[in-house]
Design a protein around this ligand. Structure first.
Ligand SMILES: [Zn+2]
Length: 463
């Protein structure tokens, strides 16, 4: 998370604008070239007489840009070359995906022609690639809360910008990354600066060179092993399927930090204030920006506390089961806000677990979102019977089973179901691979359940 000065922020915005300009210019060149050639073809001109086809590589598009930048962007000297390169690189990557998809060598959904970026609707972002001077990215002080943007030495305006865009304050420590890079265990491939959730953020793409960091040593008595299920909601930061001393309360809940409780009350107020303003008015736009910033702050606060949780989970258990992101938007009808906060938390939880699990040799299991974790009775399911309730209003905090008369906190019930389903998936996967025991270090970090063929028998333990 960056904390730029107003002058630095203006520069970052102009960098992002320059990246967008070059990105759109490159796409436009390619589109014009394609349409010229297809018009010529339609007019019956033979293939060897067509206008030359344009190379889509970042290298040749950059060369072309250098020839025209004086007319296309007369202000180019005011911005680092890195910014234009960033936009052209993005355009070239999008074009490569598009052509790979057309040729059928790209897996997944078909990819269309890359979209042009709009000033208002796209996320301002710019990325920097610098491979030679790795440590120039980061402040030499290990307690650094600063970041450095690279400067091109051949740039004539360097002296003017030097004072403005040297070090940018970060609100989080870069110490871990600095240590990894300084000791030669990792290399930074790319730094992307973007404006999300009302704040500027820096994201580093890192390649690990040597072996991954070993599992952190924790007291043997603290290790529990087996699979843990995690449910993310609004009322609690998270809920586990079991109680873990020093981490959860007796039921398995991890409470929201108080600072978050205070933050969570405010978006509703902003929503109400916003509904009193006129559509399209300046006041409404202002409130919308304030709301975005607040939601960003809530997400950051949660992310901060989730690190404590994910460290504890990865160190204590062999496998961690979570739910897939609710991309369809089903289930939570309480309002846009609660859902976006909970979904952002789940996304962040998954991101942290994915890299921590693969670093420290645990397994992350993602349970399909079609699995009705909050509507299934965990006690009946433990006995091998499927008892699913058709509807469970969000307001009722307790799950009551009509079959076995169990009454349990709804989040704990959901976490237990997630744990059982996760363990079942792991067992199924182990069987598929025909290995006697699970070897967590070779497990894929992103194991998904299938929609069909759910076994009816109770799962084998994955411990
Ligand atoms: Zn039941």
């Amino acid at each position: 998370m960056l904390d730029p000065t107003p002058a630095q922020e203006r520069l970052l915005r102009s960098y992002a604008g320059a990246a967008r300009r070059a990105h759109n210019w490159a796409l436009d060149q390619v589109r014009q070239n394609l349409s010229t050639r297809s018009a010529e073809r339609a007019a019956g001109i033979s293939e060897d007489q067509l206008s030359g086809s344009l190379s889509w590589s970042a290298y040749s598009l950059s060369r072309l840009w250098n020839e025209v930048k004086e007319t296309e962007a007369p202000w180019w000297r005011e911005v680092s070359m890195h910014a234009f390169r960033s936009g052209i690189r993005d355009a070239a990557a999008g074009l490569a995906n598009f052509s790979d998809s057309k040729l059928g060598i790209r897996a997944g959904k078909p990819v269309g022609f890359p979209r042009f970026k709009s000033r208002n609707r796209s996320t301002p972002s710019v990325s920097f690639v610098e491979i030679n001077h790795q440590l120039s990215w980061l402040s030499p002080s290990r307690h650094a809360v600063r970041l450095m943007l690279p400067r091109s030495p051949s740039d004539p305006t360097i002296r003017r910008r030097r004072d403005q865009l040297a070090w940018i304050h970060t609100t989080t420590s870069t110490r871990r990354l600095y240590n990894l890079v300084a000791s030669g265990r990792a290399r930074i491939q790319k730094v992307t600066i973007s404006y999300r959730g009302g704040r500027w953020q820096a994201a580093y793409s890192v390649r690990y060179l040597a072996g991954l960091p070993a599992r952190r040593a924790i007291a043997r008595s603290a290790r529990l092993g087996g699979t843990v299920g995690v449910d993310v909601g609004l009322v609690h930061l998270a809920t586990l399927d079991q109680s873990v001393p020093g981490l959860t309360d007796e039921a398995g809940h991890i409470a929201n930090p108080r600072i978050l409780e205070n933050q969570l009350e405010r978006p509703a107020k902003l929503n109400r204030a916003s509904s009193r303003t006129k559509q399209g008015s300046k006041n409404r736009a202002k409130l919308r920006r304030r709301r975005a910033r607040l939601l960003g702050r809530i997400a950051t606060t949660r992310a901060l506390y989730l690190h404590h949780l994910t460290n504890a989970l990865v160190d204590r258990f062999d496998a961690v089961a979570i739910e897939d992101l609710n991309l369809t938007g089903m289930g939570n009808k309480k309002g846009h806000l609660g859902r976006s906060v909970a979904d952002a938390s789940l996304g962040e939880l998954r991101r942290q677990l994915a890299y921590k699990c693969s670093e420290r040799g645990a397994t992350l299991v993602v349970v399909d979102r079609f699995y009705p974790s909050s509507k299934t009775c965990s006690q009946c399911a433990d006995r091998g019977v499927e008892a699913v309730r058709a509807k469970l209003p969000l307001s009722s905090r307790v799950f009551e089973c009509g079959r076995c008369a169990m009454s349990l906190d709804r989040d704990v019930n959901a976490a237990r179901n997630i744990a059982r389903e996760g363990a079942r998936l792991l067992a199924e996967r182990a069987k598929e691979h025909d290995v006697a025991g699970l070897r967590p270090e070779t497990q894929n970090a992103d194991l998904r359940s299938r929609q069909t063929g759910r076994a009816q028998s109770p799962p084998a333990a994955a411990a």
